[in-house]
Unconditional design. Structure first.
Length: 188
């Protein structure tokens, strides 16, 4: 009898391997001044379900159906890659994009938690996050894993304390089905 890997097990394993490659892509993505403040985490199973539940709680609290719609996508996905950034650190350019006259003022400023994220944020850290996200989803796409960057997934993950050092995070659910589940999403 020859060993075999059934579709479901092979696809699940491939998605988890691709999630790890996405972490590497985020890590090796270019960073402003070569300073790496990117954070990554892969969740699946019970922790993924907990994120979906938190998103549904937020949907009820805020009366925002988008959280409920995206929670269904999380639940229907095999795994979620979370990518965040320590946006409360500066790179020392004194550009003023954060609203402060200098990076020293920015770093000394009281950080405030908004509805989802902590601010103010260094513009260059936000750019680093965007580049890391793009690098990660490129890997998933090249390896035929359906994905979508979702703001609401990251917001729920931060509320759960899954990335304690991140001031901003985004979630990327991953799936391999006969049709991309993130394409024709319906509002609840």
């Amino acid at each position: 009898m020859c060993p075999k890997i059934e579709s479901e097990n092979g696809e699940r394993g491939a998605i988890l391997e691709v999630a790890k490659f996405m972490q590497v892509a985020a890590r090796t993505a270019p960073k402003a001044a070569g300073i790496d403040d990117i954070l990554t985490l892969v969740v699946y199973g019970e922790e993924k379900e907990a994120i979906a539940q938190k998103m549904e709680e937020i949907a009820e609290e805020r009366k925002i159906d988008g959280f409920k719609r995206d929670a269904k996508n999380v639940r229907d996905s095999e795994a979620v890659v979370l990518i965040g950034v320590r946006g409360n650190k500066s790179i020392g350019l004194n550009c003023g994009a954060c609203g402060y006259g200098s990076c020293m003022e920015f770093e000394e400023a009281q950080k405030k938690t908004g509805q989802d994220f902590v601010g103010p944020t260094c513009l260059f850290k936000a750019l680093d996050l965007g580049i890391a996200l793009g690098s990660a989803v490129k890997i998933a796409s090249l390896l035929n894993i359906d994905n979508r960057i979702m703001y609401r997934v990251g917001a729920a993950a931060l509320k759960m304390g899954l990335m304690a050092e991140a001031t901003i995070a985004m979630g990327i659910p991953l799936s391999a089905k006969g049709k991309n589940i993130y394409f024709d999403r319906k509002w609840p």
